[in-house]
Ligand binder design. Structure first.
Ligand code: NAD
Length: 494
């Protein structure tokens, strides 16, 4: 049928097929105009030799329909298997993870009956870039990458989401008091983007106190936008606080493709018994319907689902919770039938939802990110990371200082040595614990000792000197000024 929107669906593993069948039954009865295309993902595909859990031909369906409703999968234990979710998010550029977390008190027991917030988490970068290295015997490194395009895209998305969903406030959470450059960029872009949304309230919180407030006073939050790692943790805490992680759905939104799923896993312990709660996948499907401009159908399903909870119709996982849960638990399909019976009816106590059916254009049209002209960049020095066990800062400094000025008079000056970021030379404290991993900062100086620009070739010469002297350098980071502004942090204690 031409007015049906093609979507890709995957039944997944464990309880996946059961909750997908229940979800599709409700969607069909509610009149969702969708044309599902099935693909196989998960355990069977992993075992067939596809290390990412998805076969090459399935990508074609995802790229054609651009909408993916996905049941949970089982990731096989052991090395060699890559997370399918991470692969899909990164390959298809699904930069925004959106997780609404609402309480359904008194029908589902929770300590936070007034909670109704949405976590919008950056989904592609931060510490999840997967760039990790062992650097020395003692030290392992994970690279935290935060980019201006990444920040602009997610923060604009959060504000657009707030505006189109009638939300009043966006709270940004970062740790920019410590990570001044990476989290500092996220905060700075938040302030820049916020200026274009004067109708939406804004605040920034350091993530530690923000998380504490979220756990004790969730009702004071509306939309929360965060970098990847904090959002990952906060969104599970927030979902659990509503009374059950089994009730939450999430959307992974990209510029081209979007994926919708429950937040729980494949629950192998109850698979095949027909007792799983399909609510997480159903609410994910509601988000999908809003995404494909079928807001009226989404509204009908969501309100019938709320009414079903109010009427005391519960799957086994929620029995014994909230208002006097007695009687028999409903199986997955019986629960779906109960929702179908209530289509067209809404909740009496819980707040009914209403999604717009008309297309919702982004409030800031145009490309999500426009690359600015590159700024003039100067290399003014280099941090050289050295692997040296049992070295003392003074001994290392003595060796490095002589090497810095060879072979030219205008060379480098050793400015400082840090260990795990703490300055240990000059003027270090003997109490500071040192590992075998030293960051040695060289800055370019002329014959009079004044700062100067250095070249890549001079950095290579410096490294050559170090290696000739038997020093084991692990890696370097250039110290650059962008338009005259330092693009590097000071050492702790510098
Ligand atoms: P899980 O979420 O599958 O299960 C945790 C507990 O919650 C279990 O007791 C389970 O019975 C219960 N539960 C979960 N969903 C339920 C539902 N809809 N109805 C009733 N009870 C439900 O987490 P796990 O046991 O840590 O992981 C099992 C598998 O799922 C693992 O292989 C894991 O890798 C995978 N997983 C997949 C996804 C995904 O595909 N997005 C997410 C998380 C975990």
């Amino acid at each position: 049928m031409p007015d049906r929107t093609p979507i890709t669906i995957a039944e997944g593993d464990g309880i996946g097929p059961e909750i997908m069948a229940a979800t599709l039954k409700v969607l069909d009865a509610a009149g969702a105009r969708i044309a599902p295309e099935r693909i196989e993902i998960g355990e069977k595909v992993y075992r067939a030799g596809h290390s990412s859990g998805i076969a090459p031909e399935s990508w074609a369906s995802l790229r054609r329909t651009k909408v993916f409703l996905k049941s949970p999968i089982t990731t096989p234990q052991g090395g060699g298997f890559k997370s399918l979710n991470v692969t899909i998010r990164k390959t298809l550029g699904l930069y925004a993870n959106v997780r609404p977390c609402a309480s359904y008190a008194p029908f589902v027991a929770t300590k936070h009956p007034k909670m109704d917030l949405v976590i919008v988490r950056e989904n592609e970068e931060d510490l999840y870039a997967g760039i990790e290295h062992r650097q020395t015997d003692e030290v392992f490194q994970c690279l935290k990458l935060v980019t201006r395009p990444g920040c602009e895209k997610i923060i604009r998305y959060a504000f657009d989401y707030a505006r189109s969903h009638g939300r009043q406030k966006v709270t940004c959470m970062t740790k920019d008091n410590i990570m001044k450059m990476t989290d500092g960029l996220f905060h700075q872009v938040f302030d820049e983007v916020a200026a274009a949304y004067p109708d939406i309230g804004t605040e920034h919180m350091i993530v530690d106190i923000g998380a504490a407030r979220l756990a004790t006073r969730p009702e004071r939050f509306d939309v929360v936008v965060t970098p990847n790692l904090y959002g990952d943790i906060l969104s599970d805490i927030a979902a659990e606080m509503t009374g059950s992680v089994g009730l939450a759905g999430s959307a992974n939104i990209g510029e081209h493709v979007a994926m919708f799923e429950a937040i729980h896993g494949s629950a192998p312990d109850i698979a095949g018994k027909g007792i799983a709660n399909p609510s997480g996948l159903l609410l994910a499907a509601v988000m999908m319907l809003v995404h494909i401009r079928q807001g009226a159908v989404a509204t009908k399903i969501h309100n019938a689902w709320l009414r079903t909870l109010e009427d005391g119709v519960f799957t086994a996982d929620l029995m014994g919770q909230g208002e006097a849960r007695i009687g028999r638990p409903f199986g997955s399909m019986d629960f779906a039938d109960a929702i179908v019976e209530r289509l067209g009816r809404g909740p009496k106590k819980l707040r009914a939802v209403e999604y717009a059916d008309a297309p919702q254009p982004r409030s800031t049209p145009g490309p999500l990110y426009t690359r600015a002209a590159p700024k003039p960049k100067q290399i003014v020095g280099v941090d050289v990371f050295v692997h040296a066990a049992d070295a003392s800062p003074d001994f290392l400094a003595g060796r490095l200082a002589t090497l810095a000025h060879q072979p030219r008079p205008a060379g480098f000056a050793l400015q400082m040595i840090t260990n795990r970021g703490v300055k240990v030379w000059p003027g270090g404290f003997p109490e500071t614990f040192c590992t075998d991993h030293w960051r040695c900062r060289f800055v370019g100086v002329d014959a009079s000792g004044a700062p100067r620009e250095v070249t890549h070739g001079e950095v290579v010469d410096l490294l050559h000197n170090l290696v000739s002297d038997g020093l084991d350098f692990i890696k370097t980071e250039h110290l650059c000024n962008f338009d005259g502004v330092a693009g590097f942090a000071l050492g702790q204690g510098q």
